[in-house]
Structure formats: structure tokens, C-alpha cells
Design a protein around this ligand. Structure first.
Ligand code: ZN
Length: 154
């Protein structure tokens, strides 16, 4: 059996950035399980998995354009501390949820605090990052009819 649409695929993976820093990995014995063909993974990663066999290991590099996009400078803003009413002390690295222009929830990271000014960044944490995945296909099975209808693994 090979990786194809409407198959449930289990993968072990490690994710590093362009400088080789570890960003994420599946836990030992706990592979990531997903329904192939539903774009639940990054499209570039699903594309690389297409047609692979159980036991195959490979590396795939995904550019920011195919990953989480480039850093958008408009999403980095400086706002007065008064915007954080009810927050006792604002420290770099804190994250907040904010409503974006079209009502969607955005995760905002505090990058710097200077006097009464706070620099916040609403870019995805992996925006602008080149992603290197090391992947091993651990298991493949045909999806159940209900899983295909729901678009996710049961
Ligand atoms: Zn379901």
C-alpha cells in the first residue's frame, strides 16, 4: 500500500528551520496520524508524501511561500501600553488573542516593551521560516467511509 488520497497515514517527523534548529517533532512511538488528501498537513508536505511506502524515510524542504508565508511587516505594530488594560505587567514573549480585521482570531506576540510602548507581532510564528521535514512513513491504511465523509481520522 502506498500513500494516496483517502488513506490514513502515520508519520514520524522532525521539523527544523533553515539553520538546523529543532522546531517540532513527533514523540517516540506516537506518530502523527492524518487523512491524506485533505490538506490537513502543509500542501508541500502532503505532495512529498504522495506515493511513498511504509518504511520510506525522506527529507523535504518547504519555502516560506509554500509554508506559513513571508513575514508581513504590517502585522508588526507598536501600540501604547494602555491597549493592554487589565494586564498587570506586559513582558516580551507574552501572547494574546486579538480580533483581526475580518473578525478572525489572531495570535499576537509581544516582542518588546519600551516605556509605554509595546511592539506586537501578529505574524504566524513560522512566517518567513524555511521548514525542513525529516519524515518516516510508519503506517498506511485505507480510510473508513465515515472518515472520508468527515474529512478526518477517527
Ligand atoms: Zn468524524
Amino acid at each position: 500500500m502506498i500513500v494516496a488520497d483517502n488513506h490514513v497515514v502515520s508519520i514520524d517527523f522532525t521539523l527544523t528551520d533553515g539553520d538546523g534548529n529543532a522546531l517540532d517533532k513527533s514523540e517516540e512511538g506516537k506518530p502523527l496520524v492524518y487523512l491524506h488528501g485533505t490538506e490537513s498537513l502543509l500542501p508541500g508536505l502532503e505532495k512529498a508524501l504522495n506515493g511513498k511506502n511504509i518504511g520510506d524515510s525522506f527529507e523535504v524542504t518547504i519555502s516560506p511561500e509554500e509554508g506559513f508565508g513571508d513575514v508581513n511587516p504590517e502585522l508588526i505594530q507598536t501600540v501604547p501600553t494602555e491597549a493592554f488594560q487589565g494586564v498587570e505587567s506586559i513582558e516580551p514573549g507574552m501572547t494574546f488573542e486579538a480580533k483581526g480585521p475580518s473578525g478572525q482570531v489572531e495570535h499576537v506576540v509581544v516582542e518588546a516593551v519600551e516605556d509605554d510602548q509595546v511592539r506586537i507581532n501578529a505574524n504566524h510564528p513560522l512566517a518567513g521560516v524555511t521548514l525542513n521535514f525529516n519524515v518516516t512513513v510508519v503506517a498506511i491504511r485505507e480510510a473508513e467511509k465515515e472518515e472520508i465523509e468527515h474529512g478526518h481520522v477517527h
